[in-house]
Design a protein around this ligand. Structure first.
Ligand SMILES: *Cc1c(COP(=O)(O)O)cnc(C)c1O
Length: 354
């Protein structure tokens, strides 16, 4: 609190991101980063960009990147919006598409930035509880609303909902915007970008932070009808005309053009997710089935907080959410083989000591 702040700022409850320790020896399994690093082609594109041209502003519409993404998903460039991380894209979507009289609907257990955006833009919201086992039941979203948003796969559960369910929802909900946050869809899910030509009110949001391993560069994008994209452009151009630097745009374009590298790293993460699931179950953990690059797990004998603290004491960071329904779980990012081995060894000694 400060007397210099407006009442509005005093009332905000900002999002708290996972910790980024300075010590590189820490095994970071807390923010769902990709252990394999960006494509060498992205790294080359970055160094190729580091020249006198940086004196010039970037293209305000990131045209080359929009063309590249449009080609990749068989859409047209006016169906693509890009921003400084998908968090920024989501913020513009809340601001531009969700400020209605009816409340915005999202699950009770989901990405915790959504209620933060609602408070920032003074949007009323209603959280719909996930069913047992963290199933997302979209039938419950067919009620008056000012917009609907959910991640698919959901975060932090990892559960994936197939496209039939989403299409059924879109058949019912025609007067408000449905945003599907597909931050983790590349790890085995199917994107509902394929539904965009049939549904004007569907916005699909992606990030290059997870599957494309560019979290440090901050690049996200949205795909939807040109009318939704135009709305986002109006908000963006009232806020920051140049959200992506020349370096961000060049690295992103190169990432989409290196599909072999992309597919190989995804494959490795998916194999590790399956291996890790098996090993954790052997140690007595319950593992929520995940289509993402993380696992939500609980152990019948050791509390989540004590798992978190004891891993941390061994320089392994995971995430523990002190929130109803998931406070007995920890969320573990799937790492590389060495990281996963260190994790399972440490968990094995913790579990055996009780
Ligand atoms: C990581 C994540 C994001 C944000 O990604 P950035 O592009 O790094 O801002 C958005 N939504 C969900 C569900 C995420 O997990």
């Amino acid at each position: 609190m400060s007397r210099y702040w407006s009442d509005f700022v005093n009332g905000l409850e900002p999002y708290i991101p996972g910790e980024q320790p300075l010590d590189p020896a820490v095994i970071k399994l807390n923010t769902n980063e990709n252990p394999y690093g960006p494509s060498p082609k992205s790294l080359k594109a970055i160094t190729d960009c580091a020249n006198q041209q940086l004196r010039l502003y970037p293209c305000p519409d990131s045209k080359e990147l929009k063309n590249t993404i449009a080609d990749y998903y068989e859409l047209s460039p006016d169906q693509i919006f890009v921003g400084n991380g998908s968090d920024e894209v989501l913020a513009h979507a809340f601001n531009g598409l969700f400020r209605k009289t009816q409340p915005v609907l999202f699950p009770d257990i989901t990405y915790s930035f959504y209620p933060v955006f609602c408070r920032l833009y003074d949007i009323s919201y209603h959280q719909i509880p996930l069913a047992e086992n963290f199933y997302l039941q979209l039938e419950q979203y067919c009620r008056p609303n000012g917009g609907i948003i959910f991640p698919n796969p959901n975060a932090p559960t990892g559960r994936f909902l197939d496209l039939n369910n989403i299409e059924n929802l879109l058949r019912e909900v025609t007067n408000s915007v449905v945003v599907v946050d597909e931050a983790y869809v590349d790890f085995g899910g199917a994107s509902c970008a394929a539904l965009i030509p049939n549904y004007d009110n569907l916005l699909v949001v992606h990030t290059l932070s997870k599957s494309r391993s560019l979290a440090g560069l901050r690049i996200g994008y949205a795909m939807g009808s040109s009318s939704l994209i135009n709305g986002l452009n109006r908000v963006k151009n009232s806020f920051n005309s140049y959200p992506l630097s020349r370096i961000q745009a060049a690295a992103a374009v190169a990432s989409f053009k290196d599909n072999t590298y992309f597919e190989n790293t995804i494959k490795k993460v998916v194999v590790s997710r399956l291996d890790l699931t098996g090993e954790l179950k052997t140690l007595g953990f319950e593992v929520v089935p995940s289509m993402a690059n993380f696992l939500l797990v609980t152990h019948p004998k050791v509390s989540a907080n004590s798992l978190y603290e004891r891993l941390r004491a061994n320089d392994i960071l995971v995430r523990h959410f002190d929130r109803p329904r998931i406070d007995s779980y920890i969320r573990i990012t799937v790492g590389n083989n060495a990281q996963n081995r260190a994790l399972t060894q440490c968990l094995s000694s913790i579990v055996k000591s009780v």
